[in-house]
Design a protein around this ligand. Structure first.
Ligand code: ZN
Length: 393
């Protein structure tokens, strides 16, 4: 390779590149930093730091973000804080309950830096649950070893309808939450801008951005867990419905004289095909079955009753989803949630029912897929939600 630069010039260029890397590493670690701190932390001279910051500012990689008043009271003019542009790009995703809270610090590409899961009884007392949740958020940020200033927002999925008019969570499973507006409570307790979304909506966003529905524009995501909800991505956008109430598939009536439902109606899909009723039905044969893991173990052991219970639930869900498919003609139905996590039998039964009960020409163009993200779907949906919000900001 021919070159016109001398060895000395090449040495200076290499040194400057190394200095740039040191400075960028500090900015990534610390978030917002003054030039004086940069000089101290990199052991570079103030002149070199100022020159490199000017160069990076010209390139659009660094920006001034305000005055450094953290040392208020000291003499001298306060310096200006600088930070990397586009790298205030971490988000905390949160998936609340009903009895477990999952949280993770992720970058905007969906890479998880740290995550925690903790049992939280959100039914008992919403305020206590939120305080515990806020502490968990602080812990997971500490686990990730990042400055809180690098986190742009907290997106929290909740197991209820988030009323887009009032911000309140309306959940038949958590009646006390109707009295609490969790968004400002979480924002105040964590110091992070906070957005609430329905958990089934976040699962749909997660699978759409990072999982089974990547690259698709029209997707029905079914979350079959303690309740049954769908998240709708239509025309590439999350569809919430008026006041955030879309997607309550679990409350479609499937049995005229079925059991009473938490919503006050009778015979809703949830009363027969959600995780609780499936486990209850199975206890006739296996009295000690209590959890989704118990069910998964039985299915893995080819237990006939367990497979039948899961398959019957999938058939009921698929028949209801078929009605939705006739109306919306999606490209794909993605089946997720704790019940789906027990085995592929659920998605298989949903697929059979969608094929059987959807108009044939429509059914032939719909793929019924298992979710790829498992229990992390809602948290990754929170990341997808944050990416969309950052893009719009
Ligand atoms: Zn109901």
């Amino acid at each position: 390779m021919s070159t016109t630069t001398s060895p000395a010039e090449r040495g200076l260029t290499a040194l400057r590149s190394a200095n740039r890397r040191r400075l960028l590493d500090v900015l990534r670690d610390r978030g917002e930093v003054s030039r004086a701190e940069l000089a101290r932390l990199t052991s570079l001279s103030g002149t070199t730091v100022s020159s490199l910051v000017a160069e990076l500012t010209d390139e659009g990689r660094v920006a001034e973000v305000g005055r450094d008043d953290r040392g208020a009271g000291r003499t001298g003019r306060p310096g200006r804080l600088v930070r990397l542009v586009g790298e205030r790009s971490l988000v905390v995703g949160l998936d609340l309950g009903p009895d477990v809270v999952r949280t993770a610090v992720c970058d905007l590409a969906g890479a998880v830096l740290a995550q925690r899961t903790e049992a939280v009884d959100v039914d008992q007392d919403g305020a206590d649950a939120l305080r515990q949740t806020a502490r968990l958020v602080s812990t997971v940020i500490a686990d990730a070893g990042v400055d809180r200033g690098r986190v742009s927002r907290l997106v929290a999925g909740v197991p209820g309808v988030v009323d887009t008019s009032t911000g309140h969570v309306v959940s038949d499973r958590m009646p006390r939450w109707g009295l609490i507006d969790p968004r400002p409570v979480l924002a105040a307790a964590t110091g992070l801008p906070t957005v609430l979304e329905n958990d089934a909506d976040l699962c749909a966003l997660g699978e759409h951005a990072f999982g089974a529905a990547r690259g698709l524009t029209d997707v029905v995501h079914v979350k079959a867990s303690a309740g049954i909800g769908v998240g709708l991505v239509l025309g590439g956008q999350l569809y919430r419905g008026a006041h955030g109430g879309a997607g309550e598939l679990g409350h479609v009536q499937v049995l005229e004289h079925g059991d009473l439902c938490v919503c006050g109606n009778r015979g809703c899909l949830e009363t027969t095909a959600a995780l609780g009723p499936v486990l209850a039905a199975l206890r006739v044969v296996h009295p000690h079955v209590r959890t989704a893991d118990d069910l998964a173990a039985l299915v893995a052991a080819h237990d006939r009753a367990a497979i039948r219970a899961v398959t019957d639930a999938g058939t009921a869900i698929g028949r209801t989803v078929a009605g939705l498919c006739n109306v919306l003609a999606p490209q794909a139905v993605v089946v997720g949630g704790d019940l789906a996590g027990t085995s592929a039998h659920l998605a298989d039964a949903v697929r059979d029912a969608v094929e059987r009960y959807t108009k044939p020409r429509t059914a032939g163009r719909i793929s019924v897929l298992s979710g790829e993200l498992g229990q992390g779907a809602a948290v990754l949906g929170a990341v997808a939600s944050a990416v969309a919000a950052e893009a719009a900001a």
